[in-house]
Design a protein around this ligand. Structure first.
Ligand code: BGC
Length: 723
């Protein structure tokens, strides 16, 4: 189909050259807005309406008569999804649609490295381009409100600033390929329970301070070409045709010039879809009489009923023209972009990008007596225990699952990267069939643990239903399948345990006292096992930092501190009662201790934070303050540190979080070397959203800059005044 449409363009061009009249819309030398107006003026009403809805599960029609090609979309966000059949979700059974599986976005967020985010987007965009996709359905930036959200692993953690800083370069990387990124899901899609109908009751302030910033940055800084609406309702109206979200905020306030795409099946009625800012309707529920059902897409909300409504003057044609202009612009930016590269797939460069991200994202949570990196002078036998050691995680979990060309499992990575002289034993330990431990699995584990110098326990969650997957939230905050019990049993026979937790969200870790070392790893795609093994051996010095807090217990979280109306809601509504106090903003403000704090991550190096300096202590509006300090690597190994800057408003009329992340730098330092790290702070870093006056503002008064290696490990502070 895709090839057919390219032939159509070619045909149209040749015809026009032959008749010496290249229409403006086909002439890439001409300004894009003129081309759009020219194309629009040639289109019939029927052709315009046809552009606004799907023609298959993952494509929308162009205008065949004018040689304007189809648009092809694909998930996203961590690899180009396998091909499925025209009308259904089932695999097309192709043999040429495997891809590089990149680490999930929580893993990217844990790198705290915007340069890597660009590399990620660029490599993903190249694969999408090669597969002839025009839109890649990512990144996802829904905020981590509760550890139970089944899709946390697809998103970038609990902090809006961190998510903003990483989604912008990702988008730019994707779009250099002539492939549109699609920021999703707008907005407040923070749980999977009742996701298709739940009405999120939320304040404007929480939206502007917590749930909007990454979307706003994607639009204004990343210049993202498409955005996907969320399934849920927001303050009474479905997000995919929510007047406030799409017309008022996105298009009027933020000046988004791209296409709003519905989530698949997220459109619910024609009148709102027509008027409230939706441009392209995808995935509405149609009865499929497989394998191909001509005409079925005419029953979409933005299809025949919409056409009739326009003819009857019920819906505005000007609004339709606005949608079509946006869709044409998207087409010129992608499918009809004659400068787009060819792309590439499964290259060694892409594997290297996947590996670098995975390596930089692993978080060293705990390292008692420097059990890591493993010392192979004394370690001769290693017991690897855990079901996750031999699992592949790229497939499954919902729409973000990909068909990886290859995936190195943790056990395979260990076998390849550990010295050949080391004996490696393996036991499954537990399985995903049972919540209690089978006697023979336990015995096998204890047998090998007794024989080993160190136990590497590879566990966590696994993308099964209720263990992090789309469509369902997690059943519990605890580790599943009796892993906790298994650890305590292993400890009785071998105290040298390193736990590698594979998950996309935090888990309860009462067992952490039973292990000497703990790593937070993620679903890290093709190179997962190599990255884990390299951190264990010290070939890679860990530098990941947690993109979310890990509380001791679920009830400590803001969303879980109220009644069930705050989570998961009743059958119709959920109320965000914690408001702006999400993640560390809640724990800090309420003085609730956490197991591991936001921004936490150890290294095999130690870093010394020098004295903080500011060039002034009085900030005038419109001006900025320069803050600097020097960081020294005090160890004998090369290492990277993420220096985090938080700001605290010491006195305010309105409630404010205790502190908020406003800047960070990741620096790499050779042993013994130091470097100055510079920050600049201006009024916008001090603001909150005043939802009485509906604007961001900062109050005069005293503020404090807190610089640390995590949100709970503040090393330097300095005060200043805003005047
Ligand atoms: C998901 C989206 C995804 C779409 C297409 C939906 O169910 O919420 O994130 O892009 O399906 O697969």
């Amino acid at each position: 189909m895709k090839r057919k449409s390219q032939l159509l363009i070619l045909f149209a061009i040749v015809l026009n050259i032959y008749s010496q009249q290249i229409p403006a819309y086909l002439n890439s030398e001409i300004n894009i807005d003129e081309r759009i107006e020219d194309a629009l003026s040639r289109m019939t009403l029927e052709e315009k309406v046809a552009m606004c809805h799907a023609q298959s599960r993952f494509s929308s029609p162009g205008v065949p008569r004018l040689g304007i090609p189809e648009l092809w979309l694909a998930d996203g966000p961590n690899g180009v999804r396998e091909e499925i059949v025209w009308d259904d979700w089932i695999t097309a059974k192709q043999t040429n649609d495997s891809c590089t599986a990149f680490p999930v976005l929580t893993s990217l967020a844990a790198t705290w490295n915007p340069d890597l985010a660009y590399e990620y987007g660029k490599a993903l965009g190249e694969e999408a381009r090669y597969r002839e996709k025009d839109v890649i359905l990512g990144p996802g930036v829904n905020i981590y409100r509760t550890p139970l959200n089944g899709r946390n692993f697809e998103y970038m953690g609990e902090d809006p600033y961190l998510a903003s800083k990483l989604c912008v370069p990702y988008i730019k990387g994707v779009q250099t390929n002539g492939v549109a990124a699609c920021i999703k899901h707008f907005a407040a899609n923070n749980q999977e329970i009742n996701r298709n109908s739940i009405n999120v009751n939320i304040s404007n302030r929480a939206l502007h301070e917590i749930y909007f910033p990454a979307f706003k940055a994607a639009v204004q800084e990343g210049k993202v070409w498409t955005l996907m609406g969320a399934y849920n309702k927001l303050n009474g109206q479905f997000s995919c045709h929510n007047n406030f979200l799409l017309n008022k905020v996105l298009k009027e306030k933020w000046q988004f010039d791209g296409v709003v795409i519905s989530d698949w099946g997220g459109t619910h009625n024609t009148a709102e879809a027509a008027e409230n800012g939706l441009d392209l309707e995808m995935g509405s529920h149609v009865t499929v009489v497989a394998p191909f059902t001509p005409g079925v897409y005419n029953s979409f909300y933005l299809a025949n009923e919409y056409l009739k409504g326009i003819k009857d003057k019920k819906y505005s044609e000007e609004k339709l023209n606005d949608k079509v202009r946006r869709l044409l612009k998207l087409n010129f930016r992608t499918a009809m972009n004659i400068n787009k590269p060819f792309g590439s797939i499964n290259t060694t460069e892409h594997s290297q990008v996947a590996l670098s991200i995975a390596e930089e994202s692993i978080v060293l949570l705990k390292n008692e007596n420097s059990i890591l990196p493993l010392d192979f002078n004394t370690i001769k036998t290693v017991a690897v225990i855990g079901d996750n050691a031999t699992r592949s995680f790229s497939k499954g979990g919902g729409s973000a699952g990909v068909k990886a060309k290859y995936e190195v499992t943790p056990l395979a990575g260990i076998k390849t990267n550990f010295p050949k002289s080391v004996e490696i034993l393996y036991a499954q330990g537990y399985n995903d069939k049972s919540s209690s431990l089978k006697a023979e699995l336990l015995k096998e584990s204890l047998d090998i643990a007794k024989r080993a110098d160190v136990v590497i326990f590879i566990g966590g969650l696994n993308k099964n239903a209720n263990q992090e997957c789309e469509g369902k939230d997690r059943a519990s905050y605890d580790l599943p399948y009796a892993q906790e019990f298994l650890i305590s049993e292993i400890k009785n026979v071998n105290k040298n345990i390193v736990f590698v937790n594979i998950s996309g969200s935090g888990v309860a870790m009462p067992w952490v006292n039973n292990v000497k070392g703990a790593l937070q790893a993620w679903y890290m795609g093709s190179e997962a096992g190599n990255a884990i093994a390299k951190v264990l051996t010290g070939q890679v010095n860990p530098s990941g930092k947690l993109p979310f807090s890990v509380p001791f217990k679920l009830e400590d979280c803001g969303a879980h501190s109220f009644d069930s109306l705050a989570y998961p809601g009743n059958s119709t509504d959920v109320y965000y009662k914690e408001d702006i106090l999400v993640g560390y903003r809640w724990f800090d403000t309420k003085k609730i201790p956490v197991n591991f704090s936001f921004g936490h991550g150890l290294s095999y190096s130690t870093f010394e934070y020098g004295k903080i300096k500011a060039n002034k202590t009085l900030l005038q509006r419109g001006d900025s303050i320069n803050i600097s300090l020097s960081i020294k690597n005090n160890s004998s190994v090369l290492g990277s540190e993420v220096v985090q800057l938080y700001i605290r408003d010491l006195k305010s009329t309105f409630i404010r979080p205790y502190k908020e992340l406003k800047s960070f730098h990741k620096i790499k330092l050779a042993p013994g070397k130091s470097e100055s790290v510079d920050f600049s702070i201006s009024e916008s870093d001090l603001q909150f959203y005043n939802d009485i006056d509906n604007k961001f503002e900062a109050e005069n008064g005293e503020f404090e800059v807190l610089i640390g290696s995590s949100s709970n490990n503040i090393r330097q502070k300095i005060k200043f005044k805003l005047q």
